[in-house]
Design a protein around this ligand. Structure first.
Ligand SMILES: [Zn+2]
Length: 426
């Protein structure tokens, strides 16, 4: 007699074609965000499928969330299947939205093209391949063990690519991602099948404006250039801030290595007049210059220190540089988060990776953020990881793809993880 684990793994091997087909079906919904296309049909497709395996389906529209309107309703789907006896709840959360297509594609982005062991399309790796793997994993488990203990949930949520406010954040604020409803969460983001992602760095976005005074460009001495003031800011960043950031190495296992420290990107810089129809700007001294910075910070840093480090530089300039005036406006912030690698979901996943792939799994943190932040901060649920097929580097790129072997391996890992966590006594 074969064990339950063997049965489940065999079932997944038998369903590779179905896994590919499901991934293609999901890719064919062009769920581009913004504006939030095709959310409803995609959510309903997932709901219809899971209702056939005994899941109760709820659709939750994020009324009032950014971008929600009747043309582009923010529809989330949450499927829940109670087992034959009480036990923990294991939840798989996948975002159904994808980023814009962009240029440089050599294959159609929404056809679900299969070639050489890969499924191509926008969202293939980020993260419809992961969501399909979770669905196949759970279905195979239910078919092998229909009277499983505990509860299985799968959600397809929206707007992750724009911050998750109409998706996981909205649901978390309403208790969907808290105990006692949910105990363990796996987010199948594309982080490679042999890695368990336990968290991510924090984010602080701000817009800095320097101010000047307009004058004729032929007599700049009559005005005061906001662009030159901004150059002074950049100079301080180069001299003082960047060397400081490079010294801060995190205990967080962030990948790639370059992201294991504090970083700051300058997202944009605009000063002076835009060019006219003929491409020539009017000859004026710039009275305003604006710069958007994207600071990524570590679990060892505090958000308030991240803020004051930049404002201190600006305030010092205001004291030392004649006529230096500035404004600073916070655009967005996210706290870093990191779950316990010895916690139930991380440890169980690592053990299952070892078993299925016979490799030593590694624990990593993501350089950018994903929906774990809302589950951690709003839902106060700590036992959450990201684990899924696909390579992070391919996300958001042209000709995005996910490997069929990777999806199959990830589905096997997810099935074992689910089966074991459902039997865990808390
Ligand atoms: Zn994603």
């Amino acid at each position: 007699m074969t064990s339950l684990s063997e049965q489940v793994l065999d079932r997944i091997d038998d369903r590779v074609d179905e896994l590919v087909e499901l991934t293609c079906d999901l890719i064919r919904f062009p769920t581009i965000n913004p504006p939030g296309e095709a959310y409803q049909p995609c959510a309903e497709f997932i709901g219809r499928r899971l209702s056939k395996r005994g899941f109760d389906i709820e659709y939750v529209r994020a009324v009032g969330a950014p971008g929600d309107n009747d043309a582009y309703p923010r529809i989330n789907v949450v499927a829940r299947r109670e087992g034959s006896r009480p036990g923990p709840c294991v939840h798989f959360n996948g975002h159904i939205d994808v980023v814009e297509v962009g240029s440089g594609w050599t294959v159609p982005p929404f056809d679900g093209l299969v070639r050489d062991g890969k499924v191509y399309g926008r969202g293939a790796c980020d993260m419809k391949g992961g969501l399909a793997s979770a669905i196949i994993a759970v279905e195979a488990l239910i078919d092998s063990d229909p009277r499983h203990p505990g509860t299985i949930e799968i959600s397809g949520t929206v707007d992750e690519e724009s911050g998750g406010y109409g998706g996981v954040a909205y649901l978390a604020e309403r208790g969907w991602f808290s105990t006692p409803r949910v105990d363990h969460v796996v987010i199948p983001e594309p982080l490679n099948v042999d890695r368990v992602c336990i968290g991510h760095r924090g984010v602080w976005w701000a817009e800095i404006e320097t101010k000047g005074r307009m004058a004729h460009g032929s007599m700049p001495f009559l005005g005061d250039s906001a662009i030159r003031h901004m150059a002074a800011v950049l100079e301080r960043f180069e001299q003082e801030l960047y060397p400081e950031l490079a010294k801060r190495i995190s205990e967080m296992p962030v990948v790639p290595d370059g992201a294991r420290q504090s970083t700051m990107n300058i997202n944009s810089l605009h000063g002076g007049q835009e060019g006219g129809h003929d491409g020539l700007p009017t000859p004026c001294v710039a009275d305003s210059c604006r710069m958007v910075i994207d600071r990524r910070f570590l679990i060892e840093e505090k958000l308030e220190d991240v803020r004051s480090e930049v404002t201190n530089i600006l305030e010092n300039l205001a004291r030392s540089r004649p006529n230096f005036r500035f404004d600073i406006r916070e655009l967005f912030s996210v706290e870093p988060c990191m779950s316990d690698k010895n916690g139930p979901v991380a440890a169980t996943t690592a053990a299952a990776i070892q078993e299925v792939l016979t490799v030593n799994p590694s624990f990593i943190c993501s350089p950018g953020t994903y929906d774990q932040k809302h589950i951690d901060r709003i839902g106060k649920l700590k036992d959450c990881i990201a684990y899924g097929p696909g390579m992070l580097d391919l996300a958001h790129q042209p000709d995005e793809w996910v490997g069929i072997e990777d999806m199959t391996a990830a589905a096997k890992v997810m099935a074992l993880v689910t089966s074991r966590l459902l039997r865990r006594t808390v």
